[in-house]
Design a protein around this ligand. Structure first.
Ligand code: ATP
Ligand code: MG
Length: 337
């Protein structure tokens, strides 16, 4: 494998900006869709508040972190104050209430890794999953959204990377490839590393927001309106960044020794995290540290086979960005086995 191969950016890279921006725009949810999401959220809040007046419903995942493409499902988290509740009982009760309110395909998955109720709203056509007391997900959603509000290029890059990953079949954790959440963290880390940097490291700055969840202190600078000029010294365009992102993951990232860390705003060594060898099912073949659950490697789903698939896809994308006359088409061609 040609580790650290040097390639020059293509000379006509700026020609690709308009088509990439066009793809980005086409993926953004419309105002109409966002209104429908709000409408469904209000309906659910009304149902829930009658049964659990103290509870609150939070949006997490792509509808809340601003990395949601059009037609995404909504991820919701019901936060019920009490510590020792029986999640299954609540989910089953919730499923009953939803069913009586004419929501469709209502299903309580009480034995899943993250137990949820699924539902579909026939009025808006939107599907939604509701989990319980998953507050860390609500907090990491805020972190991602705050990063997105610093520099517009993050959202553009992440939409394109997510769209690529879905088209190429490498956004499937149950097949050993990476979650959307992991891809967004890869994009944030990448923009923290540009010189000049396009994104700061919010967790490395004075904390203006701080909560403790499951004994984890989640603290970071969240006054992002004060950081609007942060990336302005770097004039790289979306086409250059897409090119460099794939080039980084194809040829420059040191898979053997490093972990990417948004929390630190840099890479850190696997040795420092003790992620150097396989423990149980955690192989650490590509290491992406969760910003808050720092013992958690989001690359742990990746195995011996899927790391190969993933790296070949990064290389394919890098080659296309380098040589193809029309990369915006070829990059997103569906993967056919
Ligand atoms: P998509 O558009 O593909 O639905 P998404 O942003 O909803 O993307 P998911 O990967 O489905 O992304 O994750 C939903 C949310 O769940 C994330 O935003 C994150 O808050 C949380 N999450 C997902 N995976 C993990 C994980 N392994 N550890 C911690 N939180 C996670
Ligand atoms: Mg989702």
């Amino acid at each position: 494998r040609s580790y650290k191969r040097q390639t020059l950016c293509r000379f006509d890279i700026d020609r690709l900006n308009a088509p990439f921006l066009e793809i980005f725009e086409s993926l953004i949810p419309t105002e109409e869709e966002k209104a429908k999401q709000k409408q469904l959220l209000t309906l659910l809040e009304n149902i829930i508040c009658k049964e659990w007046p103290e509870a609150r419903l939070y949006i997490y995942g792509s509808c809340g972190n601003s990395f949601g493409v059009s037609k995404s499902d909504i991820d919701l988290c019901l936060v019920i104050g009490e510590e020792d509740i029986n999640k299954s009982e609540i989910l089953l009760r919730l499923a009953d209430l939803l069913q009586s309110d004419n929501l469709e395909n209502v299903q309580a998955l009480t034995r899943a890794r993250v137990p949820i109720v699924k539902l579909m709203d026939p009025v808006t056509g939107i599907s939604c999953d509701i989990c319980i007391n998953n507050v860390l997900a609500v907090v990491n959603t805020k972190l991602l959204r705050d990063y997105a509000n610093i520099d517009a290029r993050l959202r553009q890059l992440a939409f394109i990377v997510k769209h690529w990953a879905k088209s190429r079949g490498v956004n499937e954790t149950y097949h050993g490839t990476l979650s959307s959440y992991a891809y967004v963290l890869m994009c944030i880390h990448f923009l923290q590393q540009r010189r000049p940097a396009i994104l700061p490291c919010l967790q490395g700055m004075r904390a203006t927001y701080s909560v403790t969840v499951e004994n984890i202190e989640c603290a970071f600078f969240d006054q992002v309106d004060k950081l609007q000029e942060f990336g302005s010294h770097n004039r790289e365009t979306i086409a250059e960044l897409v090119w460099a992102f794939f080039n980084y993951w194809a040829y420059s990232h040191d898979y053997a020794n490093t972990v990417i860390s948004v929390r630190r705003g840099s890479t850190i060594s696997k040795r420092e995290k003790d992620w150097t060898r396989r423990i149980g099912n955690d192989r650490h073949l590509i290491c992406i540290e969760d910003p808050f659950e720092t013992s958690h490697d989001l690359g742990r789903v990746v195995d011996k086979h899927s790391i190969k698939v993933l790296r070949e896809e990064f290389e394919r994308a890098a080659e296309i960005m380098q040589y193809d006359a029309n990369p915006c088409v070829k990059l997103f061609e569906p993967y056919v086995p």
